[in-house]
Ligand binder design. Structure first.
Ligand SMILES: Nc1ncnc2c1ncn2[C@@H]1O[C@H](COP(=O)(O)OP(=O)(O)OP(=O)(O)O)[C@@H](O)[C@H]1O
Length: 329
């Protein structure tokens, strides 16, 4: 078991935000018969029925563990491809890309999940209008389903109050992310998207080392500062031997609805430059789309349709199936 420095132990014990009672941290809470039946039904939909019957009986949810560097996948999960979506810098639209890509992949008929590893700034539940709590079944922590069936796990789904700040030290955050891998019953998935914590510090490093990432998508924007920082995160991928699948330049331009002229509010595109440096198989531009920002704010991302994201989702999945064997399962 990891030996935490004294300060971090104190954080773990005293300074942790209140976690919903249904979370796997607390393990158990009295539930009505109807709730138990609903939980069992949801679990059955995710995995083999017999297995549920055997295990739901009297096992308690596992208490929080402190796993080693490499995290073991929950034994009820079968995931074909794990795609990390990262950025060197916050605010470039990483979570937006995760949400829109997931919606497009799921609507293309692929079983899709999102592991929101942005523990201190989780924004995925808002995009999908999720306000319920994930619950701990006898099999593990069950992801919350979006209205189109995407399986989602995020810190906001286990906090008692979604607006509680999470101010944990890196080792505690790392543990929580690993538990989203080891304790969550993902069931069968074609693609699990990971909304990575921004930057190249301890937490993203741990995610890349602990989880079997098939490939990464890096999100950038045309500002020079962002481009420079993105180069750092691409170098980190190289060091960690994580294949770079796509570079997505967000906020690339703005097109006027009336005259269709294009403006570049954040300066000229740096995408061809980045394509040359990185040799990424896919390079992609997303313009500023006011209706997209609204769809995310209203939690209506599953009904937002736009070819930018559908075509990108198709390219990404085609590349995954062509280039990488199914690494995880
Ligand atoms: N192309 C776009 N057009 C319009 N709005 C966008 C676009 N991309 C992102 N946004 C909006 O910009 C805001 C920031 O995006 P997002 O939360 O995805 O960034 P992020 O990189 O994940 O940030 P952080 O790293 O801080 O979590 C959100 O409100 C999002 O809806």
């Amino acid at each position: 078991m990891t030996d935490f420095p004294e300060n971090d132990k104190n954080d773990l014990i005293n300074n942790r935000p209140r976690i919903a009672k249904t979370s796997w941290y607390k393990g158990k809470m009295p539930r009505t018969k109807a709730q138990l039946l609903a939980e069992k039904k949801a679990a059955e939909a995710l995995i083999d029925k017999e297995e549920v019957d055997n295990q739901v009986s009297n096992r308690e949810a596992a208490p929080a563990q402190l796993p080693s560097q490499s995290a073991m996948m929950n034994r009820h999960s079968k995931i074909k491809y794990v795609l990390a979506v990262s950025s060197g810098k916050g605010g470039v639209g990483k979570s937006m890309i995760v949400a829109t890509l997931a919606a497009a992949l799921q609507n293309l008929g692929l079983k899709t999940g999102i592991l929101d590893a942005d523990i201190t700034g989780p924004s995925i539940p808002t995009a999908f209008n999720l306000h319920e709590h994930a619950y701990a079944s006898a099999l593990g922590l069950m992801p919350v389903l979006a209205d189109n069936g995407i399986k989602i796990m995020s810190m906001n789904l286990v906090l008692e109050n979604q607006d509680d700040p999470v101010s944990w030290r890196a080792p505690i955050i790392n543990t929580a992310i690993k538990q989203f891998w080891t304790d969550v019953v993902w069931g069968d998935l074609d693609v699990l998207l990971i909304d990575m914590p921004p930057g190249t510090g301890d937490v993203p490093l741990t995610v890349f080392q602990a989880l079997p990432i098939t490939a990464a998508v890096v999100v950038t924007s045309p500002q020079m500062l962002v481009t420079t920082i993105v180069e750092k995160s691409i170098k980190l991928l190289e060091k960690l031997h994580v294949p770079l699948l796509a570079v997505v330049e967000n906020y690339a331009y703005f097109e006027c609805n009336n005259c269709h002229s294009k403006a570049e509010p954040f300066g000229p595109s740096k995408l061809s430059e980045l394509a040359q440096i990185t040799n990424a198989p896919i390079t992609w531009q997303i313009p500023l789309l006011p209706e997209l920002a609204q769809a995310i704010d209203k939690g209506e991302i599953t009904s937002y349709r736009n070819d930018y994201f559908y075509n990108l989702a198709r390219r990404i999945y085609d590349n995954l199936t062509e280039k990488y064997s199914k690494l995880v399962n």
